[in-house]
Design a protein around this ligand. Structure first.
Ligand code: SF4
Length: 470
């Protein structure tokens, strides 16, 4: 047995094959604690972004509209980048919650939605799913969130089964009343950050949320008919295997409707400082590997789906349809939109974002037009995160090319690692490939970058994020 793999992750009998596969993944593919992995991987090629001058925005939008021809439904993302907390694991670098700044932002956001609508971006389309992310969206009042949802529904038709998720910090859901009212304004799913129930680890992360608080929120949300997700993490400062096992035991009792387990992305300067001062708090590669195995095994045996194994849109429709390449139109500063062929970002600086909107302009700051080869890679990267995988025939019909030829060396490497297989006309992840989906995706992104130049390196998910803490 590889010295890094401890016996207690091996819980089933007759595991020779399993051990072998895990050892290969551990040795050849696993990116480890010192690297970041993307929690919701998409094809991110930051060196290809081009700055868009304000005078080019209108003609650029015509290209975006062209790229949406044939699309009936879209996903809408609303970025609400304010928060009162300073968690050390945060990779979204929100602005300090502040009533005046948030009111100003809200007004600009509502106008931005209207401007997109008046440019005809939503014409003939329906919104399949709305996602309010942040930051902490629930640092805005229910009234504010209702204004956003009302504005969206006045500008774009909603699909019959359009769902609305809002991210939330547990402390912003203090009672049944707030949760019920969120349901009343149209929120159908809440996603709360928990990360761990281990109070010692939470304290190190400058974060407080108790088991009792989370249990109450899950109960109140379910009573109000709102689906509830809990975000969890592995690889947090000082986190232990015992702590992770305790976490999943508690999750098993709390039984939220969905769980997302991601790895701690070490990008926040506050956590970097903590680690520099206390190196012993860094979770070792071997321990992190074991944590991923334990949590993924628990997720799949308890019917929880996430990247790598979504079978349908029940647990997290927004992400499921994103992975099926439904276009995303995103509002708010720094928000990223995708069509199948174009990716574009809004201005990140609040002042630039606001000034442009005040002058009736669209706050698009940079973009990438994907080459055909990049479109192929993106299609592969997203579709293999869904259980049924990349459909070979559909790929062929779209690109007039066989993915088995296009990606032959990539496929042979990932198959050698025991992560990828060809089955029923599709290319999909194996069981253990799905456990280590972030590593598979990072490997694909690294391959894309290397094709262009050996000097290019992957950038963190949070690249470009202004850090008021730096
Ligand atoms: S992780 Fe969430 S709650 Fe913590 S600072 Fe970031 S946005 Fe706020």
């Amino acid at each position: 047995m590889h010295p890094g793999i401890k016996a207690d992750i091996i819980t089933e009998p007759n595991l020779t094959e399993r051990n072998k596969t895990l050892i290969v993944i551990r040795d050849e593919l696993f990116y480890g604690s010192a690297d970041y992995t993307k929690s919701q991987p998409d094809l991110f090629i930051p060196h290809r972004f081009k700055i868009l001058a304000p005078s080019q925005v209108d003609s650029f939008l015509e290209k975006v509209k062209e790229s949406l021809i044939g699309e009936e439904e879209m996903l809408l993302y609303v970025h609400l980048p304010f928060c009162f907390s300073e968690c050390l694991f945060c990779n979204s670098f929100p602005h300090k919650a502040d009533r005046e700044a948030q009111n100003d932002y809200l007004n600009n956001l509502l106008k931005e939605i209207e401007l997109f609508s008046s440019h005809g971006v939503f014409k003939g389309k329906k919104a399949r799913y709305i996602y309010l992310g942040g930051g902490t969206p629930t640092s805005f009042s229910n009234h504010d969130l209702k204004l956003i949802l009302d504005k969206l529904s006045s500008c774009i038709d909603l699909s019959e089964n359009c769902s609305v998720t809002s991210e939330a910090h547990p402390s912003t859901l203090p009672d049944k009343k707030r949760i019920r009212e969120l349901g009343d304004i149209g929120i159908t799913r809440l996603s709360i950050g928990c990360q761990t129930f281990d109070q010692k680890v939470l304290l190190l992360c400058n974060r407080k949320n108790t088991r009792g608080q989370v249990e109450r929120i899950v109960r109140d949300a379910q009573d109000a008919g709102i689906s509830i997700n809990i975000d969890m993490m592995t690889g947090l400062p000082g986190q232990t295997i015992e702590g992770v096992k305790k976490d999943i035991e508690i999750l098993g009792e709390v039984r939220p409707d969905s769980v997302e387990y991601i790895r701690h992305e070490i990008v926040n300067p506050l956590v970097v400082k903590l680690y520099k001062d206390n190196p012993a708090l860094v979770v070792s590669n071997d321990t992190l590997f074991e944590m991923v195995c334990i949590t993924q095994e628990w997720m799949s045996s308890n019917g929880y789906e996430q990247n790598g194994r979504f079978t349908d849109d029940k647990q997290w429709g927004y992400r499921y349809h994103w992975l099926r390449e439904m276009p995303i139109i995103a509002f708010g500063s720094r928000a990223r939109s995708y069509t199948k062929t174009i990716c574009f970002d809004k201005h990140e600086e609040l002042s630039a974002y606001s000034d442009i909107i005040r002058n009736n302009g669209l706050p698009i700051g940079r973009y990438i037009s994907l080459t055909e080869r990049e479109q192929m890679y993106r299609s592969l990267l997203l579709n293999i995160q869904v259980k049924r995988g990349l459909d070979i025939k559909q790929f062929h019909d779209r690109f007039s090319a066989d993915p088995l030829d296009i990606f032959s060396s990539l496929f042979s490497k990932l198959s050698e690692y025991g992560c990828l297989k060809q089955e029923g006309g599709a290319i999909n992840l194996t069981k253990y490939g799905a456990y280590f989906v972030e590593d598979v995706c990072d490997y694909i992104i690294d391959t894309v970058l290397k094709e262009e130049s050996n000097c290019l390196v992957r950038a963190p998910h949070s690249e470009g994020g202004t850090s008021s803490r730096l």
